[in-house]
Write a protein that binds this ligand. Structure first.
Ligand code: F6P
Length: 328
C-alpha cells in the first residue's frame, strides 16, 4: 500500500508500566528515521480530547530509556468512553493533520482504540504496555518483566523476616484479572502457595495445604495472592480465616501495591519496548491500519487489534503444576 503516513501522534494510556518511555523513544526515533513528523499527546486519551499535543524530535526523548513511568503521562479517561469525547479527539487529530495514532497501553486502551478506529476509520497501532501481561497475541507486555523482578525482590525481603519470626505471610500482588505476576513471581520467589484469578483454590483447600506443609516441617510460609483472586480479594479477611484455623502460625499481610508499577525498566523491557516501537512504525509504513504489535517466539508480529482482547487468560497450566511440585 502507498505510504500516506506523514505525521503520527503517540500516547500512553491506562496504568503506566516501566518501559513505556523506551517505547515512546523508539516510536519517535523511528519516525525521525523515516522522515515522519511525530507529536506526543499528554495524559493519554484525555490529552487527545483536550488537544494537549507537543511535537517530538529525536532529542525530545533523550535520557529516558532508563526511566520508569511515562513522560507523556497517563490517565484512564472517562470522557473517551463517550461518543462526544471521541468526536472531540478526532477533531484535534484532524486539525493537527495527523494521519495515524500509536497507543501504548493495556486492554482498556485497546478497547478505546478499537471503537475509535471503527467510528472514524482512523489508523491506529497498539503497543502492549501493562505490567499485567494480560494481552493476547503477544508473549510479553512491556513492564511485566520489571514488575516481576520488583515483586521477587520484595518477597525475598519479606521471606527474611518471615523466617526469623516463623510467620506466614500473605503477599498481595497486582493483577485484577490475570495471575501472570502472581504465578511467575511466586515460582521465582519460592512461594508455598499461589492464588490466581484463573483458578479458584477455595479457602478450605488452601488451609489444608498450609497445614500439610506446616506438618512437613516448614516453619514459615509465603502465599502470593493476585489481587483479583476469588478468595484473596479480601486479603485481610482471608488472613483472619487462616489465623483462626491455623493457630501455629502468626499470619501477616503485605500489599505490594503500586511499587510494582514503578522503577527503572529491566533490560528485557527496554529491548522489548524498543522492538515494538520500531515495529509500530514499520507496520504503519507497510499499510497496516488496525493492529497491535506484539512479540511471539521472539519475533515481532502484528496482530489484528480485536484479537488482542479476545479469549481467556493465557496462563500456562504447566506453571501451576511446576509451582505445586516445587513447593512441596
Ligand atoms: O492495569 C495494570 C494495573 O496495575 C492492575 O494490575 C491494577 O489492578 C490496576 O492497574 C490498578 O490501577 P490504578 O492505578 O488505576 O488503581
Amino acid at each position: 500500500m502507498e505510504n500516506s503516513i506523514n505525521k503520527i501522534a503517540v500516547l500512553t494510556s491506562g496504568g503506566d508500566a516501566p518501559g513505556m518511555n523506551a517505547a515512546i523513544r523508539a516510536v519517535v526515533r523511528s519516525c525521525v528515521y523515516h522522515n515522519i513528523a511525530c507529536v506526543g499527546v499528554f495524559r493519554g486519551y484525555e490529552g487527545l480530547i483536550e488537544g494537549a499535543f507537543e511535537p517530538l524530535d529525536a532529542r525530545s526523548v533523550k535520557n529516558i530509556i532508563n526511566r520508569g513511568g511515562t513522560f507523556l503521562k497517563s490517565a484512564r479517561s472517562k470522557e473517551f468512553r463517550t461518543k462526544q469525547g471521541r468526536e472531540k479527539a478526532y477533531k484535534h487529530l484532524k486539525k493537527q493533520n495527523i494521519d495515524a495514532l500509536v497507543v501504548i497501553g493495556g486492554d482498556g486502551t485497546f478497547s478505546g482504540a478499537i471503537v475509535f478506529n471503527q467510528e472514524f476509520n482512523f489508523p491506529i497501532v497498539g503497543i502492549p504496555g501493562t505490567i499485567d501481561n494480560d494481552i493476547n497475541g503477544t508473549d510479553f507486555t512491556i513492564g511485566y518483566d520489571t514488575a516481576l523482578n520488583t515483586v521477587v525482590e520484595a518477597i525475598d525481603k519479606i521471606r527474611d523476616t518471615a523466617i526469623s519470626h516463623s510467620r506466614l505471610f500473605l503477599i498481595e500482588v497486582m493483577g485484577r484479572d490475570a495471575g501472570d505476576i502472581a504465578l511467575n513471581a511466586g515460582i521465582g520467589a519460592g512461594a508455598e502457595e499461589i492464588l490466581i484469578p484463573e483458578l479458584n483454590m477455595g479457602k478450605e483447600r488452601l488451609l489444608a495445604s498450609l497445614k500439610r506443609s506446616k506438618k512437613s516441617g516448614k516453619s514459615s510460609s509465603i502465599v502470593v495472592v493476585a489481587e483479583g483472586d476469588q478468595i484473596g480479594k479480601n486479603i485481610f479477611g482471608l488472613a483472619q480465616y487462616i489465623q483462626e484455623n491455623l493457630e501455629d502460625y502468626e499470619c501477616k499481610v503485605t500489599v505490594l501495591g503500586h511499587i510494582q508499577r514503578g522503577g527503572s525498566p529491566s533490560c528485557h523491557d527496554r529491548v522489548l519496548a524498543s522492538r515494538l516501537g520500531v515495529g509500530a512504525i514499520d507496520a504503519l509504513l507497510a499499510g497496516e491500519r488496525e493492529v497491535m504489535i506484539g512479540i511471539v517466539h521472539n519475533k515481532v508480529v502484528s496482530v489484528d487489534f480485536k484479537k488482542s482482547l479476545e479469549g481467556s487468560s493465557k496462563i500456562d497450566t504447566d506453571l501451576i503444576r511446576v509451582a505445586d511440585i516445587i513447593s512441596i
